[in-house]
Design a protein around this ligand. Structure first.
Ligand code: ZN
Length: 252
């Protein structure tokens, strides 16, 4: 195994299908900090792919304001870093692309909060302008979502934005090719597995934390230990066998 990338969305005490409670998040990060995994940003992980050390990136999709409020202090206290994938056209707004009635629209970080994240060593990656399903757009629209999203983040934050995340984990070969042409150096999917040596940098798989019921703290503790021990793929296979039919891909 070459490494792993974890996927989080929201860190909040308000129960929701996409939120992990801050105390639970703290316990997961404490376990990670005590482990032999080297925690890197996605940018660093891609740059150091060839190194023979167990590498882990902790990623947060969508740029929720609760990352700044709850997750950042915990990461800083434990000396860990992360990558946050931001919807560039919604900075300071809310997650109004969400259509599921069960998930309410949540506030997103503004520019000053994103700057504070960067000062703490957190990488800001791109997650398009408006969070569309990219495979449903024509090439010019895809290029706009990729290029404008990157330009806006780079200009406003004074950085080179190099890491990308497909909304909903939705990609096809054309979309992946356009991501590489837009100047990004990596892209993450919602394909559930550890990294393998042969993985292309524009199709990096991840291990979703919300695959296990976010409000079941006992299950979550067992789950993070399983991930850190290298057994996440086996765990999912067993879970699938117990609970068919299989649930669909999680939201990104
Ligand atoms: Zn998303």
């Amino acid at each position: 195994m070459q490494g792993a990338i974890l996927t989080y969305h929201s860190i909040s005490p308000e129960p929701s299908s996409v939120a992990i409670h801050p105390e639970l998040f703290r316990s997961q990060m404490e376990r990670l900090a005590r482990s032999s995994w080297k925690v890197l940003t996605v940018r660093e992980l891609v740059e150091r792919r060839g190194e023979e050390i167990p590498k882990m990136a902790v990623t947060f999709d969508d740029g929720f304001a609760d990352f700044h409020r709850y997750a950042l202090p915990i990461l800083q206290e434990l000396g860990l870093t992360a990558t946050v994938y931001v919807v560039a056209g919604r900075v300071g707004g809310c997650s109004d692309w969400e259509k599921r009635a069960s998930v309410s629209h949540a506030p997103l970080m503004g520019w000053s909060e994103l700057e504070a994240c960067m000062e703490a060593g957190v990488e800001i990656g791109a997650h398009t302008l408006d969070h569309p399903r990219l495979t449903r757009l024509v090439p010019a629209e895809i290029e706009h979502q990729l290029g404008e999203g990157r330009r806006l983040l780079s200009e406003r934050l004074g950085q080179e934005t190099v890491s990308f995340c497909y909304p909903y984990g939705d990609w096809d070969p054309q979309v992946a090719e356009l991501v590489s042409r837009a100047g990004y150096r990596s892209a993450v999917t919602c394909d559930y597995r550890y990294l393998r040596r042969e993985d292309g940098v524009f199709l990096l798989p991840r291990l979703g934390i919300n695959r296990v019921t976010a409000t079941d703290h006992v299950a979550q503790r067992l789950y993070i230990d399983t991930i850190l021990a290298g057994g996440a793929e086996r765990y999912q296979t067993m879970k699938r066998a117990r609970h068919s039919p299989v649930s669909g891909k999680e939201k990104a």
